[in-house]
Design a binder for this molecule. Structure first.
Ligand code: FES
Length: 102
């Protein structure tokens, strides 16, 4: 679900639609929007799992401070998806524990 019109800001301007891959699934996203926003719009709410108990984590602060939204992006672990903009063709995967470079 996405906001198309805001009561104060008005209509959302047109943006370029791109494709990104999340855990092997291709989804559409707007170029430049936070990765986390694209994931939520696609119904994805679990971004990583904790080190010891593998408990799910998702968005919490949404300002780059808590690290709950960290995922592996283009092989780089620990990327805060709430503050990282979408680029065409990104490969994103759910991070388990501390993550590993691929
Ligand atoms: S949600 Fe807290 S750093 Fe992204």
């Amino acid at each position: 679900m996405r906001i198309k019109s805001h009561p104060i800001l008005g209509d959302i301007p047109k943006r370029k639609l791109v494709k990104i891959e999340v855990d092997g699934r291709t989804i559409e996203a707007f170029e430049g929007e936070p990765i986390a926003a694209a994931l939520l719009a696609a119904g994805i709410k679990v971004f990583r799992r904790t080190v010891k108990r593998r408990e799910p984590r998702g968005l919490f602060c949404t300002i780059g401070q808590c690290t709950d939204c960290m995922m592996t992006v283009n092989g780089m672990p620990n990327v805060r998806t709430c503050i990282t903009p979408v680029e065409e063709g990104m490969e994103i995967s759910t991070q388990i524990g501390r993550g590993e470079r691929s």
